[in-house]
Write a protein that binds this ligand. Structure first.
Ligand code: AMP
Ligand code: ZN
Length: 494
């Protein structure tokens, strides 16, 4: 009754059955953030997707080794090998040290990861801690695959088979975006080591056989993924933009390092499966980090939306579909989450013992799970095994929560099992936790309590005019009174 796990592989553009390379262990590498600024919620969609993938692998009984990197050097303002180092640029603008900037934004990113209930990976790899390994890797491939120019050491993409196959791009047509560097053999060639220009010093630079300088961003991910997971590993993830330049370049380096073989043997790319989440889009351009107030998770929280409402929003869409952000959509996701939490709280009120979340493998072995649960769990399993179809998984969870007259302990066990994949924290969240005061709210909690007590008294005396007036006063201050909700009132979010 267990469905095979099928995942869409960007390299073949096909959905394939997943078989781990190492028995019972799945090794996953996720391209992490460049820590020059706060992540926007689009970036966080990439990590929610990677987290759901990891949770699904665990659900399917694989031991998971997940590595996510932190890029603190080498990522230029244009992915296609042009512009300035994002970190250096921000440090110059702020007149701060790069190390302080990196630390501040790494911590901000980790706070978002935590708020979204993403599990901790086995390792966070920090790029600047791997520079000696990067130099060794570059030395290994330099003779056969690279050449030196004034700017540093360049990778010659014509030296590997199938360059650009992941992007399905023409190799040498010189797209407008790619920087024209004098002496490049092919337009798509990229720097794997960038020399500090004569007479300049960078805050972050290291000695290398190709001069003092810094590693290229593509080199970093090849080195860290190979060093920690071993080539070939199972799955490499990132946002869809990485399918076009960053990952084809990683693949070219991996081929150079491992084999130079063609990519119809998937392991030659360094990873068997390459997976990409589609973008979160926002019509007015708020997603752009350069646009003043941009869409950070903290902005959602400041407006009174619980961060897990955003996780819900991500889970409602397939990770390969574009997802349009809107405040209405986020509000609807919050309401959906609230309904689930209310249902789980009612179950918990009838069942006091703690419930452990078990994987699908263990659950199937339970004799005592009564007839209704196994088919629902099997449908949930089929949904998430079908290229992580969490949208369908959520509807199965709602069917489960709507069942009447069931043993609450059993329902909770099934909820816990499904939530181990979804990561909404349904068994830990209380309805009250979802009630976040918007920043700068016009009324305090004590004033609300007082108004509600007065309203209750008015209603007891059947003074509905006063009761309605109090409700309207509260509404004017952003507080909604809801007679059907267990908490009785809520903040009205935008
Ligand atoms: P960066 O910090 O720019 O390297 O981006 C971090 C991750 O977010 C990468 O995997 C990107 O592909 C991904 N990403 C960037 N913008 C979006 C977006 N609007 N929606 C979803 N993922 C995105
Ligand atoms: Zn990367």
């Amino acid at each position: 009754m267990t469905a095979p796990l099928r995942l869409f592989n960007s390299l073949t553009r096909e959905t394939e059955t997943f078989h781990p390379i190492h028995e019972d262990e799945a090794r996953v590498y996720t391209c992490g953030p460049t820590v020059y600024n706060y992540p926007h919620i689009g970036n966080m969609r990439a990590y929610v997707f990677a987290d759901v993938l990891g949770r699904t692998l665990s659900w399917k009984g694989h031991r998971l080794t997940h590595v996510i990197n932190i890029t603190d050097v080498g990522h230029l303002t244009d992915d296609a090998d042009a512009g300035e180092d994002k970190m250096e640029k921000m440090a110059a603008e702020r007149a701060q040290s790069i190390w302080d900037i990196a630390q501040h934004y790494t911590e901000a990113y980790w706070a978002d990861v935590k708020a979204l209930n993403n599990r901790q990976p086995a390792e966070w790899t920090i790029a600047t801690k791997f520079v000696p390994q990067m130099i060794e890797f570059a030395k290994t491939i330099a003779d056969k695959h690279c050449y030196e120019l004034d700017g540093g050491l360049y990778f010659d993409v014509a030296t590997v088979a199938d360059y650009g196959r992941l992007a399905r791009a023409v190799t040498d047509e010189g797209e407008g975006r790619i920087e024209a560097v004098e002496g490049k053999r092919n337009a798509a060639d990229f720097a794997i080591w960038r020399k500090t220009p004569a007479g300049e010093t960078r805050q972050m630079e290291w000695d290398s056989p190709w001069g003092r300088g810094a590693p290229g961003w593509h080199l970093e991910c090849s080195v860290m993924s190979g060093a920690l997971l071993g080539f070939p590993f199972d799955i490499h993830t990132g946002g869809i933009d990485h399918r076009e330049i960053h990952h084809p370049n990683e693949i070219a380096q991996n081929q150079a390092f491992c084999c130079t073989g063609p990519l119809d043997v998937p392991a030659n790319s360094g990873a068997r499966v390459w997976m990409h989440n589609n973008f979160l889009v926002e019509r007015s351009g708020k997603m752009s980090k350069s646009a003043g107030e941009f869409l950070r998770l903290q902005l959602l929280i400041d407006k009174g939306y619980h961060p897990l409402a955003y996780r819900m929003m991500c889970l409602q869409a397939h990770y390969r579909s574009e997802l349009e952000f809107s405040w209405d959509g986020l509000g609807a996701a919050l309401v959906r989450l609230k309904r689930m939490v209310i249902a789980v709280e009612a179950l918990k009120a009838r069942h006091a013992e703690p419930v452990a979340a078990e994987g699908w493998t263990q659950l199937r072995a339970h004799d005592e799970l009564s007839g209704m649960f196994l088919p629902l769990l099997a449908r949930f399993d089929a949904a998430v095994s079908d290229d992580l179809n969490t949208a369908v998984g959520l509807t199965v969870l709602e069917e489960l929560l709507a069942l009447k007259k069931m043993n609450p302990g059993e329902v909770l066990a099934a909820v816990a099992a499904m939530d181990a994949v979804l990561g909404l924290g349904l068994l830990d969240l209380a309805r009250a936790d979802l009630r976040l005061a918007p920043k700068g709210a016009a009324i305090t909690q004590a004033e609300i309590d007082d108004a509600l007590a007065r309203r209750k008294a008015a209603r007891a005396e059947k003074d509905f005019a006063t009761s309605d007036a109090i409700r309207d006063e509260l509404a004017a201050k952003g507080v909604e009174v809801m007679d059907g909700d267990p908490l009785g009132w809520d903040w009205r979010v935008e």
